[in-house]
Write a protein that binds this ligand. Structure first.
Ligand SMILES: [Zn+2]
Length: 696
């Protein structure tokens, strides 16, 4: 690890943020340098500060501490991410003997110059109590490999000498800030503080010095570790099992992790999975050392809210017998949950406190030969957990290779996991109705596909859009602009294509809970003039495509074992067919009937199948309905209209005199997928009211 400081870049930051003081602009620059190094900090971890002067409301200059605000990431922080807090009232707090967390947060907020600024870091007082102008704090892997040892203090002393002073473990907050300041008072010449099982603070009079001291100290620790490991293989030599296809196992893992809620209308809480297969993970998973280290506590306290304490390493998974594997996964996850509940009970009892238990589901599941799965409510949360797990594995291997890895005590871990200030980082917003669910939508490049996708994303689902037309998919994805949305090229007429799409979707998110067969084509022409080829094409896409999609969905959902929803985009033509529309109406009626049969066959597995009968969805200027582009001119001609007047004609034809949009169809899909009513095999018209098309 080397300093990335560049005078040129520093100048760019001074120019770019010329509206703030030079020191704040440079503070932003070196904060980003720290944030860009994943061996130092991950996702919102770590914090930095600068002591400066600012003007208050009266124009008077006051001493302030600009310290990282919560919700900001060092990697892309900007000046507003370092809110200014009056230094004087914060420093005065050091005279107190004790200060509870709520009062600490209130006092820090009260001292903010801008009352609307984000909450300053939970480590603000530590920054305030130290006298230095610039302070940098990270949870560097190499430092943690040294401190997370039974003799961590001696190791740090022998590697880093008197450049740093040692601060014994205390949970972040007022007491740690006081202790760190006391340690510094007795060691005024040091460049940094090493916090036991937590991380590193460095300081300096200018941005560059504080940053470069940080890099030097971490690099020195890393060199010492590498020297000590030398050529010896840190992991025992048990061979890595050949990599297997993720699909076979991912949905079994996800099925096992789905949490039974006890609510018959919404029986499972589901998770998004992120899959990783680095060399280190693969070796770790297959080694004796790995099976011991996986359950050892986290390397630094604030990881616990993302990954929980222990990881679940599945022992000798029977990959050749998927039913046995499913059973083993369920029983190991159940065992993990029991142990978690016991950990909770033990700690609230011994501490004599009351807390609301968090969910007991493991966040990291490791399978030998297959890699690591991280679980989260969202893909973002799953990716954060996966990144933390990857660095944790590296750090634990380093620690075990040079000595004996030792994590936090259980009691300390519990305090951190149930600390209100940590929980606040996760946010308290209500879970959206489809949180943790994955949807696959065919015809995803089309007008209705886009509306359905938009509404599913709004409802918290992760979405895989499949379509035969790659270009349309790409433009839909661009408009939706969501990391929770992926696209796959797929021809629904092809068995192999659909199977691949289900596999790939499962690899991307861990499984599939909602399938929306929506791909369709329209062919016009009176029966006595209809080309056989056109008829067969309508059947191939509308009916065969629906059959293949539904078949794949049912098979997948049965294996996953947590029910699911299929919402078929049907048409008002099923009940009210139109002349010249035989190929379309007949093939869609066949598809509709497949949906009704699927409702009968899926119920036992908890799979609900419902139909949405849409009519006259013309799409948007950016994504006009392909169907209407094909059939519009003929329809218009038959009615003596200009094609441009068709939307208005269809609007005035329905009872409510309302135009039907793709978003309306999306709302209907969300209604069924959210399981607001105990309904399967039903048809919901989304047509503005057409009496002769009412389901009967
Ligand atoms: Zn920290």
């Amino acid at each position: 690890m080397e300093s990335r400081w560049s005078d040129g870049e520093a100048r760019t930051f001074r120019e770019r943020f010329s509206q703030v003081t030079e020191e704040l602009a440079l503070r932003v620059y070196t904060s980003r340098l720290i944030g860009s190094e994943s061996e130092l900090v991950l996702h919102g971890g770590g914090n930095t500060s600068v002591k400066s002067r600012a003007r208050d409301l009266y124009g008077d200059e006051v001493d302030v501490l600009c310290v990282k605000g919560s919700g900001w990431d060092l990697a892309d922080i900007e000046p507003p991410g370092l809110p200014a807090v009056r230094l004087e009232p914060l420093r005065k707090l050091r005279t107190l003997d004790a200060l509870d967390d709520e009062s600490m947060v209130a006092e820090v907020r009260r001292a903010l110059l801008d009352a609307a600024a984000p909450n300053p870091s939970v480590e603000t007082l530590l920054h305030a109590f130290l006298p230095h102008r610039f302070i940098d704090h990270s949870h560097a892997d190499a430092i943690l490999a040294l401190t997370n040892q039974p003799d961590g203090k001696a190791r740090v002393a022998s590697v880093l000498g008197d450049r740093v002073a040692w601060v014994p473990y205390i949970m972040p907050g007022f007491a740690l800030a006081k202790l760190a300041a006391d340690v510094l008072d007795k060691n005024l010449d040091v460049d940094g503080l090493v916090l036991e099982k937590h991380g590193l603070f460095t300081f300096g009079d200018d941005a560059r010095t504080s940053y470069e001291r940080h890099i030097e100290i971490v690099a020195c620790a890393k060199r010492a570790i590498e020297d000590q490991i030398g050529d010896q293989r840190p992991l025992d030599a048990r061979p890595v099992v050949a990599a297997r296809e993720v699909y076979d196992v991912a949905h079994l893992v996800r099925g096992a992790l789905a949490e039974e809620t006890g609510d018959p209308d919404h029986p499972y809480r589901r998770w998004i999975l992120e899959h990783r297969t680095s060399n280190e993970i693969m070796h770790f998973a297959a080694s004796e050392l790995g099976s011991y280290l996986a359950t050892a506590p986290p390397i630094t306290p604030d990881h616990v809210i993302r990954t929980k304490g222990p990881y679940l390493l599945v022992q000798r998974p029977p990959y050749r017998d998927l039913a046995a594997l499913a059973e083993q996964l369920r029983s190991e996850v159940a065992g993990y949950r029991d142990a978690y509940r016991e950990y909770f009970r033990r700690n609230v009892e011994s501490k004599g406190i009351e807390r609301v238990p968090l969910d007991p589901t493991p966040r990291i599941v490791i399978l030998p030969g297959l890699g690591l799965f991280a679980a989260g409510d969202t893909r973002r949360a799953a990716r954060i957990a996966a990144d933390i797990a990857e660095h944790t594995i590296t750090t634990k291997i380093w620690a075990a290779s040079i000595g004996h890895y030792e994590g936090l005590d259980e009691g300390d871990l519990f305090d951190m996991e149930y600390w209100s200030l940590e929980q606040a980082k996760l946010g308290t917003a209500d879970r959206p109705p489809l949180a943790g669910q994955v949807a696959l939508v065919t015809g995803g490049g089309g007008a209705i596909g886009e509306g359905v996708a938009r509404k599913l994303l709004e409802a918290g689902a992760h979405v895989v859009l499949v379509d035969i037309d790659d270009a349309r998919l790409a433009s839909v994805a661009e408009r939706l602009e969501s990391s929770a949305c992926e696209t796959l090229e797929c021809d629904v007429r092809e068995e192999g294509d659909l199977r691949d799409a289900f596999r790939r979707a499962t690899e991307l998110f861990g499984g599939i809970d909602l399938v929306v067969p929506n791909a369709g084509v329209a062919k016009t022409g009176a029966l006595d003039q209809l080309e056989l080829e056109d008829f067969e094409q309508a059947v191939a896409v509308n009916m065969r495509g629906t059959f293949l999609t539904v078949r794949e969905a049912l098979a997948h959902m049965k294996l996953q074992g947590t029910g699911g929803n299929i919402v078929l985009i049907s048409t008002k033509n099923v009940f009210a067919p139109g002349a010249q529309f035989g190929a379309y109406s007949a093939s869609k009626a066949g598809a509709h009937q497949i949906g009704r049969i699927a409702a009968l066959e899926g119920a036992e597995a908890g799979v609900r199948v419902n139909m949405v009968n849409a009519d006259a969805v013309f799409g948007t200027p950016e994504n006009p309905s392909g169907l209407w582009q094909d059939v519009g001119p003929a329809r218009a001609e038959a009615r003596g209209l200009d094609p441009e007047d068709l939307p208005e004609y269809y609007r005035s034809r329905n009872l409510l005199k309302l135009r039907v949009t793709a978003d309306h169809v999306g709302n209907a899909v969300v209604f069924f997928a959210a399981q607001a009513t105990p309904t399967t095999g039903a048809t919901l018209p989304v047509d503005g009211g057409l009496p002769d098309a009412s389901p009967r």
